[in-house]
Ligand binder design. Sequence first.
Ligand code: G6P
Length: 606
Amino acid sequence: MCGIVGYIGKKNATPILMQGLRALEYRGYDSAGLYVAGKGVLKRAGKVDVLAAAIPKEFSGNAGIAHTRWATHGPPTEKNAHPHTDTSRTIWVVHNGIVENYAELREAMIQRGTTFESDTDTEVLAKLIGEEYGMGVVLEDAVTRALKKINGTYALAVMSEREPDKIVAARLGSPLLIGIANDAYFLASDATPILPHTRRVIYLDDGELSILSPNACMVRREFETLSKKIEVLEWDAETAKKQGHEHFMLKEIMEIPEVIKNTLRGRLDFNEGTSVLSGLQNVASRLANIQRIIITGCGSAYYAGLAGKNLIEEFSGVPVEVEIASELRYRRFTGDSKHSILLAVSQSGETADTLEAIRIAKRHGMLTLGIVNVVGSSIARETDAGVYNHAGPEISVASTKGFISQIIVLALIALMLGRQRSLQKAKGRGLARFLSELPEKVSEILGRKDMVAEVAKRYASMQNALCIGRKFQYPVAFEGALKLKEVAYLHAEGYGAGEMKHGPLALIESSVPTIALLPMDSVYEKTRSNVEEIRARGGKVIAVTTEGNEAAARLADDVLFVPTTHEAFLPVLTVIPLQLFTYYIAKERGLPIDKPRNLAKSVTVE
Ligand code: G6P
């Protein structure tokens, strides 16, 4: 989604802003632009490279703001790209979020004689700020006054030609953080543009406004100055690079063993057969009494939630509902809120629908918990308590290591809830051991990635596919199909294996292969029958099964093996061949693997 970068200091802002825009590319965007004090504005439709090529040599200054835009109001054209300006072309604004009442505001301004250059809600905001600024107030006061007139969400940065030594930034609902170096201040939508320069940051909270100058940074709410905590980021810039891999997606898959170790680190109590989650300590007694959990999320996070439901119900017996956040937020909340919790799963911690579902659940008096990867993100801060994934930055739009770490956290929560109830210590100890063995088992799968690449080559031209699974493998079928859709641009459907007879079998022919999640688990025989039904109708089958399943080679056209583990944890292993399979198909097809068309990493609009 849209990204903001800002710089004010002693150096030339232009290369810093451009480097920042490149660091934000992974979020998804379709145009870009920048404003540099004393030089003016440059915008281009398309990639940051197109903008870079248009920048003249002398385009330098000590402060500036820049933006990558992901179109919401109006097409991705140069005129709609940010920064936008006021009528007198004095102030320049970059903005993430949505001004909900922009149409009425725009209409009223047109009545007053204002003309607009773009279709965007941001230009309305720029012109509003300009009107206030025209009254002779300083920039921060003009911004404060203008923001009172809008409904919606924003992260914004504003500069004025009259006050070139100042950037005003404000946040409501869209993330924004300030980086603090010795001789400069940075501004960004997330940490990636700031990391090469400094690790010291301040997170702006909703309703806060910041005034940056070359040697000072002030944060205020309304007109009251606040004293904000400086936090130190754990991630370094190197972590966010590809480390020799052709794509972030493969790099992130290869990191999974390390990610699982990091997610588990210090959280398993082998003696008590339980998990120790410090982020949930304050709410542990409430959790011991809950009678219902609603898990919510979007995309892969939602499918991790489905896997979490199986784990939590299996180990603790607590009933779990899983609902897509974009549906949950519009549903009537029912049941006993006091004994229910909302568990929100989100890698970025910024997904708008998930955030809104949390706010609604809070209003209903529910305890809200987050499973979030990005430290300090909106969801991390708005939930009552939570568990961080510690998966490191995930740059590829399609989630891989993030998804796995979400399941691991859900398994830890399931273990804790189970041990608070009737799960016996010996069983808990066994589960803790199974969890701790997963990194090694994932490494075994990754060691055979070239075999997956070989199989993928054979299917690279397919147009349609089905993914089927049962019980613990049911969510994996959906996640596998989602990966094929988003990364390989292939029409794939996830299905419960038992549902094949109720429709999808009609699709089966030799050109529509089925990926069958067929580990030797408690429902192996049932799923095997479904596979035989597909084969009997001329369908090709790629089976993902556990080592030692000698029959698999006879049963399927191609077989991808994973090591064995407790059946409840098998999704962590079986999804990896599907991630790799998708990666190699997309590579064969020459697709933009890390940034699929039309998709964004962080979906901050509903
Ligand atoms: C986007 C991403 C997905 C992700 C989903 C939810 O669609 O492309 O990979 O699963 O958003 O994002 P979140 O950050 O909330 O996990």
